[in-house]
Design a binder for this molecule. Structure first.
Ligand code: ATP
Length: 233
């Protein structure tokens, strides 16, 4: 479904992403794990068109999206939930969700809004509340709900567990699994919380200073002694 081929990203003279290749197959949850500054966010932004790829190719559903602007990539049903959520804090919960559907022209938007409210009852209870006044966990739910409103085939999640309490992390990860299994959304998950990410992923890649150093079945990666030592404590 998604194929990243020899991706390189430079920030000036800094070579942040070095010849990274990986793929995500339809129906999978794939985890990309790595420490601070490993380059996880740079890869996500290169895929979603928010960052210019210096070299390499990215294709989605067999179409080359390497040079495509972000709004055209979203229209192809590839959505990103950015790190730090970036919700519209001055808008209500419902307005934020409706913004997620702004590129859609079909007539199923109301139906999907109801589905998002079913998936996230906390958002339903707070639909008239200003998004900026939501708790961190609720903002994460809103950012995911907003992305789901674009009806993605592939969802990129950048550190969904960041800043959340363990109970909320569990709740968010349960919802990611439901979105994958019940709604059929393929997921690329970037996480520092390697433990949680590997527990729900089918496959995983480990990123270290811009290179993929380990890859494989998520269970296999979780049992890798180097991964255990460096990421699973
Ligand atoms: P974190 O988990 O801390 O968010 P990350 O794995 O997502 O880290 P990136 O944000 O992709 O890592 O950063 C990868 C490297 O590129 C880092 O060394 C970072 O300092 C550098 N970098 C990122 N954005 C820029 C930029 N706009 N200008 C210069 N260097 C950058």
């Amino acid at each position: 479904m998604l194929k990243v081929d020899h991706l390189n990203v430079y920030y000036g003279v800094i070579h942040a992403i070095k010849n990274v290749s990986f793929e995500v197959n339809e129906g999978e949850i794939v985890a990309l794990i790595g420490a601070n500054g490993a380059g996880k966010t740079s890869i996500m932004h290169a895929i979603s068109g928010l960052l210019k790829t210096s070299e390499g190719q990215i294709s989605f559903l067999s179409e080359d999206i390497t040079k495509m602007p972000a709004h055209k990539i979203i229209a192809r049903q590839l959505a990103q939930v950015p790190e730090g959520r970036r919700i519209f804090s001055q808008l209500t919960v419902q307005d934020n969700l409706e913004m997620g559907a702004y590129l859609r022209t079909d007539n199923k938007i109301q139906e999907d809004l109801d589905k998002v409210y079913q998936r996230f009852p906390r958002l339903k209870e707070r639909k008239g509340q200003l998004a900026g006044t939501l708790s961190g966990g609720e903002q994460q739910m809103l950012a995911m709900g907003r992305a789901l409103m674009s009806k993605p085939k592939l969802l990129l999640l950048d550190e969904p567990s960041m800043g959340l309490s363990p109970i909320l992390v569990n709740e968010i990860f349960k919802i990611i699994q439901e979105i994958n299994k019940e709604d059929g959304v393929t997921v690329l998950l970037v996480e520092q919380n390697a433990n949680k990410a590997l527990s729900i992923a089918n496959r995983a890649y480990v990123l270290e200073t811009g290179n993929i150093t380990i890859s494989g079945d998520a269970k296999e990666v979780a049992n890798n002694p180097k991964v255990r030592e460096a990421y699973l404590g």
